[in-house]
Design a protein around this ligand. Sequence first.
Ligand SMILES: [Zn+2]
Length: 62
Amino acid sequence: MTDKQPECLHCQRTSDQVPLVHLVYASQDYYICPEHLPILIHEPKKLAGKLPGVENLAGHQH
Ligand SMILES: [Zn+2]
């Protein structure tokens, strides 16, 4: 199994550097720091390529 260190999807900082929020998506574990969590909420398309399938998320509509 992988023992890859959890790191933010967006900035690749690890839990040594920032608190990380644990996400489970398509049965995979992902982590994102609070600084970048709003991107996932509001502009998930910006994470396309980092979070597989995220382009299917509409994001928060204003
Ligand atoms: Zn981050």
